[in-house]
Design a protein around this ligand. Structure first.
Ligand code: ADP
Ligand code: ASP
Ligand code: MG
Length: 461
C-alpha cells in the first residue's frame, strides 16, 4: 500500500477535489490510504470562530459559521451527482455544524477554551474534507470509506505526547484501516488525528496532516508516503520569495528534516521521523501537475551538482534570549535553561556561549517566552529581542566544502544583512544564523542568486 496526503489547496474547491479523486483512482492499484487536510482557509476560519466565541463576539461567530457552511454545501452540490448521496453529505455537514454552533455557544458562556475543546473545533475542517472526498468517490462507484481519526486514542488515557502515545496511535490506525484495504476499499482519512494532550496546534503545529499521513504510512508499512501539494516538489527556496527556483530531484531524510525544521513549509517538520524508522521513501508531488516527477526523499538522497547545497530557508517569529551576570556555574545554568524550556514547552534552536553571556533562540508563544523569562530572571540578567529569524542553508554537499561559509556570510554582508548568531552542526548538513525578520526576503534572494545561478531554473511562480 501507499500513504497519500492531499493538502488544503489541493482540496480547495469542487474542481480541485475532482482532480484529487482522479489521482486517487489512478493510484487505486497501489492500494492508497488517503489522508486529507481541510479545504484551504477553513482551519483559519475555525480558529477565528473559536476566538470569536471566547471573546463573546456572537455576530462574528455566526458569520464565520455561515461562511463555512456555504463553502462546503456549494462544494457538495458541485461534486456529488446522485441525489441520495448529495443529501447524505449535506445532512452530515449540517449536523456537524449544528453541533459546532452549540459547542461554541457553550464556550461563549463559560468563557474558557481548553486545548481539547480547541481540537474538537478545528477537527471539523479535516472531517468535512474527508467526508466530501469519500462521498464523491462513492458517487463514481468506488468503495471509499470515510475514516475519522478524531477518537483514535481514548480521551484521558495519555497526559503527554510521547513515543508510547504515537505507538498507540499507530496501532489503532493499523486496526482501523487494514480491513478497508483488505477488501480493496479506499480509506479517506482525516488529517486531524486524536484530541491530543495539550492540543494539536500547540503540540504538533499547523500543517499536521503531513505528519498524520506519515504515521499512517508507518503504521501500515507503506511502500511510499506521497505528499501532494501545490508545487512541483521541494524547491531551492520558498517560491513566494524567489520566483525562479530549482526543483530538487532527491533529498536525504536528514536534509528534508532539517529543511522542514528550519521553516520550509512544504512539509511539516515531524513528517520525516516515521518514514526514517521504516525506511519509507517520501515523495512530494503537485496535484496541479501530476505528471511531474516531484521530489523523492530517501535515506541516501542524491547530491546536487549545480549548487553547493540543496535549499535556503528561514523561520520567522524567533526570539533571542540573552543571559548575563549568571549567579550559577555554567553547567548548572545550562541544566536549568533546558529544564525550564522543557517545562514551558519552548523549543531552543541555536545556542551561543561565551564566558560572560549565553544567547539562545527560542520559538514559542509570547506567553510561554514571558513565563520563561520570568523564571530565568531569578538567577541572571535576561535580555529579550523579538522579531528575529533563523536563516539556514541545507545540503549534505556542504560537508568538507572549504570556503563555503565565507561565501555565505560575505553574500549576506554585501546586501547589508547583519548576523546576530551563527551555528553549524558537526554533520555539516546546515549552516544557520540569526538575522532580523525583516531581512529574510533580501537574504534569501541574495543567497539564491549567488549559489543557484549555475542551475537550470525551470520553476516560475
Ligand atoms: P499544503 O496545503 O498542500 O499542505 P502548504 O502550503 O502547507 O501546502 O505547503 C506548500 C507551500 O510551501 C508551497 O506553496 C510553497 O509556497 C511553500 N514553500 C516554502 N518553502 C518551500 C520549498 N523550499 N519548497 C517548496 N515549497 C515551499
Ligand atoms: N488544515 C490544518 C492546518 O492548516 C492541517 C493541515 O493542513 O495539515 O494546519
Ligand atoms: Mg502543509
Amino acid at each position: 500500500m501507499i500513504s497519500v496526503k492531499f493538502g488544503g489547496t489541493s482540496m480547495g474547491s469542487a474542481e480541485r477535489i475532482r482532480g484529487v479523486a482522479q489521482i486517487v483512482i489512478d493510484l487505486h492499484k497501489k492500494q492508497p490510504a488517503v489522508t486529507v487536510s481541510a479545504m484551504s482557509g477553513i482551519t483559519d476560519l475555525l480558529l477565528k470562530a473559536a476566538k470569536a466565541a471566547i471573546t463573546g463576539q456572537k455576530r462574528e461567530m455566526d458569520s464565520i459559521l455561515f461562511q463555512i457552511q456555504e463553502k462546503h454545501l456549494t462544494t457538495i452540490d458541485e461534486l456529488v451527482g446522485q441525489k441520495s448521496l448529495r443529501q447524505k453529505a449535506r445532512d452530515h455537514i449540517a449536523a456537524e455544524l449544528t453541533h459546532l454552533e452549540e459547542f461554541l455557544r457553550a464556550i461563549a458562556i463559560i468563557g474558557e477554551l481548553s486545548p481539547r475543546s480547541h481540537d474538537e473545533i478545528i477537527a471539523l475542517g479535516e472531517k468535512f474534507a474527508a467526508f466530501m472526498l469519500s462521498v464523491h468517490l462513492e458517487d463514481q462507484g468506488f468503495d471509499a470509506e470515510y475514516v475519522s481519526l478524531e477518537n483514535i486514542v481514548e480521551l484521558g488515557v495519555f497526559d503527554k505526547v510521547d513515543s508510547l502515545f504515537f505507538t498507540t496511535v499507530q496501532e489503532n490506525i493499523f486496526s482501523r484501516i487494514t480491513p478497508i484495504l483488505k477488501r480493496k476499499g479506499i480509506p479517506i482519512i482525516t488529517g486531524f488525528f486524536g484530541r491530543i494532550p495539550g492540543g494539536i496546534v500547540e503540540g504538533i503545529g499547523r500543517g499536521y496532516s503531513d505528519f498524520t499521513a506519515a504515521l499512517v504510512g508507518r503504521a501500515l508499512a507503506a511502500k511510499e508516503i506521497q505528499i501532494w501539494t501545490d508545487v512541483d516538489g521541494i524547491l531551492s527556496a520558498d517560491p513566494r520569495i524567489v520566483s525562479e527556483t530549482l526543483i530538487l530531484e532527491e533529498l536525504s531524510f536528514a536534509e528534508a528534516a532539517e529543511l522542514a525544521h528550519f521553516g520550509a513549509k512544504v512539509i511539516h517538520p515531524q513528517t520525516i521521523w516515521p518514514a526514517v524508522e521504516k525506511n519509507i521513501p517520501v515523495r512530494i508531488k503537485n496535484t496541479m501537475n501530476p505528471e511531474a516527477p516531484g521530489t523523492l526523499i530517501t535515506k541516501a538522497g542524491k547530491h546536487n551538482t549545480c549548487a553547493p547545497f540543496k535549499s535556503i530557508t528561514a523561520k520567522k517569529n524567533i526570539t533571542v534570549v540573552t543571559l548575563s551576570n549568571m549567579t550559577k556555574g555554567k553547567h548548572e545554568t545550562m541544566a536549568e535553561i533546558f529544564r525550564l524550556c522543557s517545562e514551558h514547552g519552548v523549543a531552543i534552536d541555536l545556542i551561543s556561549t561565551s564566558e560572560a553571556s549565553l544567547s539562545l533562540t527560542v520559538e514559542g508563544s509570547e506567553k510561554k517566552v514571558t513565563a520563561l523569562e520570568h523564571q530565568l530572571k531569578k538567577f541572571c540578567t535576561v535580555s529579550i529581542t523579538i522579531g528575529m529569524a533563523v536563516l539556514a542553508v541545507v545540503g549534505e554537499e556542504m560537508r568538507e566544502n572549504i570556503g563555503l561559509s565565507g561565501r555565505f556570510f560575505s553574500t549576506l554582508g554585501k546586501v547589508g544583512v547583519n548576523i546576530y548568531m551563527i551555528s553549524q552542526g558537526q554533520f555539516e548538513v546546515n549552516i544557520s544564523c540569526v538575522i532580523l525578520e525583516n531581512d529574510v526576503e533580501k537574504a534569501i534572494s541574495a543567497l539564491h542568486t549567488e549559489f543557484f545561478s549555475p542551475c537550470p531554473l525551470p520553476q516560475k511562480s
